[in-house]
Design a protein around this ligand. Structure first.
Ligand code: ASP
Length: 311
């Protein structure tokens, strides 16, 4: 058994392994690990404490995929619920659908008995206000919700070097079943309703027991356009090793054109329980813990250069 996560998953990885060791499924482990990250007020990119959209609203995205059945559940732009990963799991288990967004996701969370919660912390509000003060004249700032050119301000305020963050978890349980989960508040200062790769199966999340799994953090628009998580798993299905599969999926990103290209990070697991991780950012790390290990390790990701461009 093994749990693999993005570096910020360190706060939940021991709990995920404890769940596996006590006989829980890979799905239980992924949900348990991610819930601790979602509750962590110091993580400003996931769950409670996440940085808001340009209007100051915290909108969360999450997805979960069961590699045994290829069932999946996802929520996008859900507001006022602190554990989108658990709502996503309910979508997978209770509905004939895969993805709920916005008001429908909020409504479903309430029907499933999740308690609403204010997610915007004082810290996140301060950072948001400072960013607006830095980038916008007072008359725009004060009537931001009424502006009919919000798109322009989003372009100004988003910043690929500091606006992202997401948590990825992959677990393989004692039965060999694999599950992948992703949770995020997405890009800070994003346009309301924007979804990244995190709630999109195939982009930010993909799991298949027979081949392996992958999940992404970084600029979600790139992973959506390239189908990154699914590509890693498909390359493994085609017989590539996990190292080759991850590199090929990173290389695919280099074919993207356009003005907005930035960071991408992948964690992956092959069907035999071997972890790997990739990034186009030199210092990036990931974490993993096997059933034999007393403590998780924080390991470097393999660096794969891709071009970046902004504006
Ligand atoms: N992938 C996330 C998104 O695009 C953000 C990130 O991981 O930095 O919403």
């Amino acid at each position: 058994m093994i749990v693999v996560a993005s570096a910020n998953g360190g706060v939940g990885i021991r709990e995920a392994m404890r769940v596996l060791k006590s006989g829980g499924s890979a799905i239980d482990a992924v949900e348990a690990g991610i819930r601790l990250v979602e509750s962590n007020p110091d993580d400003d990119s996931v769950g409670y404490g996440g940085l808001p959209n340009i209007l100051g609203e915290v909108e969360l995205d999450a997805s979960i995929m069961d590699g045994k059945t290829l069932a999946a559940g996802c929520v996008g732009a859900i507001k006022g619920y602190g554990h989108p990963i658990s709502v996503a799991r309910k979508v997978m288990e209770r509905l004939p659908h895969v993805l709920l967004v916005g008001a429908g996701a909020n409504r479903f969370a309430a029907e499933m008995g999740f308690a609403p919660r204010e997610l915007l912390t004082d810290y996140a509000r301060d950072v948001w206000l400072k960013r607006l003060e830095h980038d916008m004249p007072a008359d725009v700032r004060q009537n931001l919700a009424e502006q009919n050119d919000l798109w322009k301000w989003v372009e100004l305020a988003t910043d690929p070097e500091r606006a992202g963050g997401t948590v990825n978890f992959i677990a393989q349980d004692g039965q060999g079943n694999i599950c992948t989960g992703v949770s995020t508040s997405g890009w800070a200062w994003k346009y309301p309703g924007r979804l990244g790769d995190s709630p999109i199966i195939g982009a930010g999340n993909y799991a298949h027991n027979r081949y392996g799994a992958a999940a992404c953090t970084g600029m979600g628009e790139m992973a959506i356009r390239s189908g990154t998580a699914r590509s890693v798993v498909l390359y493994m299905k085609m017989g590539k090793s996990i190292e080759e599969a991850g590199r090929l999926a990173m290389d695919d990103l280099d074919e993207l054109g356009g003005k907005y290209l930035s960071r991408m990070n992948i964690i992956a697991l092959d069907k035999d329980g071997r972890p790997a991780a990739f990034s186009n950012y030199q210092e990036a790390k990931f974490t993993y813990m096997t059933g034999e290990m007393q403590e998780p390790v924080l390991a470097p990701r393999q660096f794969v250069a891709t071009h970046s461009r902004w504006g």
